[in-house]
Design a protein around this ligand. Structure first.
Ligand code: OSB
Ligand code: MG
Length: 371
């Protein structure tokens, strides 16, 4: 594979509804997309960072910098046997996984198109449809939260995840359980607690949650292992896991029982597959997390979720939950039984809507191979 050209584009997209976590509220997204041209084909990737360095240290501007000044020049330097080789070449850069994932994933899209197979198949995926859950942010009132849960259950989603933080946790879970005793329910704290809250966190054990996601520090494993010993509810790690190596260490000390895999957080499809394979060998369930992606990132998430170890419903849901109009055609839709049918066309299987992307673009930079 010889990459001829790489384009970075920043688009702005308003969310149809604000999304609030313990670290803040998002209403408008700034999304960096990457378009790569190689072998006469065009592949797309998305930088899945937040606007602010709150979920992780990456932002659209750090990603732009790391891509423009390091990853993109390296990628254009010489031909590549496979996208995984490129990931290897990026190794000297420490961190910035969301920046590297955007580029590597665009090449996976090209590779799949070149072979005439769906990306899911190229990755080793086995599912024809993937099970879907929803992540519901902190709302202005409990009534609004209930209404949202009712709405998503009616749409068919298989599990409900609610965001929690001190002051929006035990009471709301209690009320949700009263209303919906039998649903598959989980909570995501995005690192809103510390070990000092251990007695409070133990109250979560009353609610028969599938798991509690990232209750403690975003970079912690040790305290999570302390907490897991005291908690019946399984802990799922999100922010703390950046690689298969992190997962090995987390499992070795009992820091979690489930892992949320996000393509951006781990650095792209190669790293995600390694992490998946490791967890599967250890019989640790994984599921696909979300980062309020546009259709491009969403399509990559769908492909990854077809791997056999993704046994739990992920946070991959319909385009319309986020966007008045998505940037892919068709948009991502969910069936009445809460699944997404995996596209069978080569590559991502969803076509980027170039006119729409152009309209939303606020910044663009192109890079060509050196002769
Ligand atoms: O922790 O999973 C998270 C969104 C932004 C940042 C972090 C998280 C989330 C979500 C939303 O939970 C998942 C989605 O895209 O639907
Ligand atoms: Mg999370």
């Amino acid at each position: 594979m010889r990459i001829d050209r790489i384009e970075l584009l920043e688009i702005r997209m308003p969310l149809v509804h604000f999304f609030e976590t313990s670290f803040g509220r998002t209403t408008d997204r700034r999304i960096v997309l990457l378009r790569a041209c190689a072998d006469g084909l065009e592949g797309w990737g998305e930088v899945t960072c937040g606007e602010n360095p709150f979920y992780s240290y990456e932002t659209p501007d750090t990603a732009w910098h790391v891509l423009r000044d390091f990853l993109v020049p390296w990628a254009l330097e010489k031909p590549w046997d496979s996208p995984a080789d490129l990931a290897e070449r990026f190794r000297p850069v420490r961190g910035h996984n969301m920046a590297r994932a955007a580029l590597e994933n665009a090449l996976w899209d090209i590779e799949a198109q070149g072979r005439g197979v769906p990306l899911a198949e190229l990755l080793g995926g086995t599912r024809e449809e993937i099970p879907c859950g929803v992540s519901i942010g902190i709302q202005n009132s409990f009534e609004e939260l209930l209404e949202k849960i009712r709405h998503e259950l009616a749409a068919g989603y298989q599990r409900i995840k609610v965001k929690i933080r001190p002051g929006w946790d035990v009471e709301i879970l209690e009320r949700i359980r009263n209303q919906f005793p039998g649903i598959d329910l989980m909570a995501d704290a995005n690192s809103a607690y510390t070990l000092a809250d251990i007695e409070h966190l133990k109250l979560l054990d009353r609610f028969d949650l599938m798991m509690v996601e990232q209750p403690l520090g975003w970079d912690d494993l040790v305290d999570h292992s302390r907490l897991q010993r005291e908690l019946k509810t399984p802990i799922c790690l999100d922010e703390s896991i950046h690689s298969a190596e992190d997962a090995r260490k987390a499992l070795e000390i009992g820091a979690c029982q489930i892992i949320n895999i996000k393509l951006g957080r781990v650095g792209g499809h190669s790293a995600a597959r390694k992490l998946h394979d490791f967890c599967r060998a250890q019989r640790v369930p994984v599921w696909c997390g979300g980062m309020l992606e546009s259709g491009i990132g969403r399509a990559h998430n769908i492909a990854m979720s077809t791997l056999p170890g993704f046994v739990l419903p992920g946070d991959v849901s319909a385009s319309r939950r986020y966007w008045a109009r998505d940037i892919i055609d068709p948009e991502v839709t969910v069936t009445a039984k809460g699944t997404i049918a995996v596209p069978r066309k080569p590559g991502l299987g969803y076509v980027p809507d170039l006119a729409r992307i152009e309209k939303l673009t606020v910044r663009k930079e192109s890079f060509e191979k050196r002769s």
